[in-house]
Design a protein around this ligand. Sequence first.
Ligand SMILES: Nc1ncnc2c1ncn2[C@@H]1O[C@H](COP(=O)(O)OP(=O)(O)OP(=O)(O)O)[C@@H](O)[C@H]1O
Ligand SMILES: [Mg+2]
Length: 304
Amino acid sequence: MAQAPLLNVHHLQKKFGQFHALTDVDFKIYPGEVFGFIGPNGAGKSTTIRILLGLIRASGGQATLFGQDVWRDSVAIHRRIAYVPGDVTLWPNMSGGEIIDMFLRLNGDRHSDKTETLIKKFGLDPRKKARTYSKGNRQKVALIAAFSMDADFYIFDEPTSGLDPLNEQTFQAEVLALKARGKSVLLSSHILSEVEKMCDRIGIIREGRIVETGTLADMRHLTRTTVDVQTTAPVTDVAALAGVHGVTVETDHHVTFAVDADQLTAIMAFLTEKGLVALTTTPPTLEDLFMRYYQGADQAVDGK
Ligand SMILES: Nc1ncnc2c1ncn2[C@@H]1O[C@H](COP(=O)(O)OP(=O)(O)OP(=O)(O)O)[C@@H](O)[C@H]1O
Ligand SMILES: [Mg+2]
């Protein structure tokens, strides 16, 4: 991409005592991009985000937002970002409406028509004291404030874990509206369908290290098609071919397996030679790919 990145994270590291929470976190986010940040519990997503927010200091590497250092220039950066965490804590004795307005004032913004529209869209009763709100309602308070801010960069760390499906839809629509206005978004989420629907590029983090970044199209190249085939000649030797994984032998003439996208043509030619009796292929989903990353290094995409 010719544009300069808005966020540039390079070889970021974080130690808590002797524990290396982040060993090598490396990614960029460009203007107008929605970037999905996914990975198992404890992988380092929130730690990375807390460094970007200037809440904790990195032990090594660099992170710049708008070309400014996230630690040294955090005050200037804060005026241009909006942040929503997954576990929103609010002042118990203030009403939701008062808290929204306070979040806005703290960011140099004010209550606008947009704020009113968002309160209606998310169906929040802003007159109730925060202590009476459910988890989802607390999240709505933070989301309404963030979406009514005129920020340049929006950071969401599992923002929808307490939202019902209707509010989840509202969240997705608002993120896409930000993107349409050229804003950039960092979205950490365990809801893979949400990531698949909204994100232009994705970074996968495991054990403090980014193991994959790319567009959804890039990721699809890494996916596998499931094949169930019956042939006239014995077909069990398909297991020896490159790109074939997880072969289940039903009979000598009937096997199921998964095949890497880039080997599909070669495998189909091989099967055709065997004389096809029946063939079912199931297209890959990104969810399958993500799950492999969640499951463990020994099942990672390259099979190593
Ligand atoms: N203040 C801290 N002191 C010590 N260890 C910490 C601290 N904060 C985080 N960690 C550790 O760093 C690792 C990364 O945690 P982090 O919260 O960034 O994970 P995450 O990817 O956000 O996970 P989740 O999906 O569960 O939110 C974990 O092993 C966690 O226990
Ligand atoms: Mg987290």
